[in-house]
Design a protein around this ligand. Structure first.
Ligand SMILES: [Zn+2]
Length: 211
């Protein structure tokens, strides 16, 4: 998810340090795998796919990360939104996996673990022996088909929209990159290209004047 979002939005909106932390945040929820070592009961919020996979945890971690916004080379709102999406997307994708008994997405409001009705993604086996076997290959194939392929389609769609609507994208970028007090001015400063200023139309017009 962080790589796809950066491929669509570009490095200006999501600088390298923010992308690096976004990748770390998208993996962070699985640190709760340590729960298996301590044999924590499955219905506990501290179990695997418990509170660390919830939307609330993603929001709290993203909010804490805004304290380091300057180091991440982005404003606080961008840091919060990007990192919250990166981390929350992990729990959502886990809820599409075919095994595992669901994810506590709504903790602390609801301690139950949710799973979607449609669960095509195969669960990654914990034992390394199973990972490097035919099962591991099947997991990789299902992730390519149900995670990487849709994300690639999303990136292509996003890039096409940027190419088709360049002015709208520039306006959005200018507003997001400007300090809050200057966002209005930044938006006004972007002039919508008129037909007269369109170089393609101008060159066509010049051609018609040739003998
Ligand atoms: Zn997980």
């Amino acid at each position: 998810m962080p790589l796809a979002a950066t491929a669509i939005a570009g490095r200006q909106l999501i600088p390298r340090p923010l992308l690096a932390v976004g990748i770390a945040f998208s993996l962070l929820p699985d640190l709760d795998g340590i729960a298996f070592l301590f044999q924590i009961p499955w219905d506990s919020p501290l179990s695997h796919r418990g509170l660390t996979h919830s939307f609330a945890f993603a929001l709290i971690c993203a909010a804490l990360a805004t304290l380091f916004a300057q180091r991440l080379k982005a404003d606080r709102l961008r840091v919060f939104a990007f990192l919250a999406i990166c981390m929350a997307s992990h729990g959502i994708l886990d809820a599409f996996t075919h095994r595992g008994g669901g994810v506590a997405l709504l903790w602390p409001l609801d301690h139950s673990k949710f799973a979607f009705g449609f669960r095509p993604i195969l669960t990654v086996p914990i034992q390394p022996k199973r990972l490097f076997s035919a099962e591991g290959v099947a997991v990789l194939q299902s992730e390519l088909l149900w995670v990487w392929l849709p994300l690639t389609a999303l990136v292509v769609l996003g890039r096409c929209l940027r190419a088709v609507l360049p002015w709208h994208w520039s306006a959005l970028e200018a507003v997001l990159l400007a300090p809050p007090s200057q966002q209005r001015q930044a938006l006004i400063a972007i002039k919508k290209p008129s037909k007269l200023n369109n170089p393609r139309k101008r060159s066509r017009g010049n051609k018609s004047m040739l003998p």
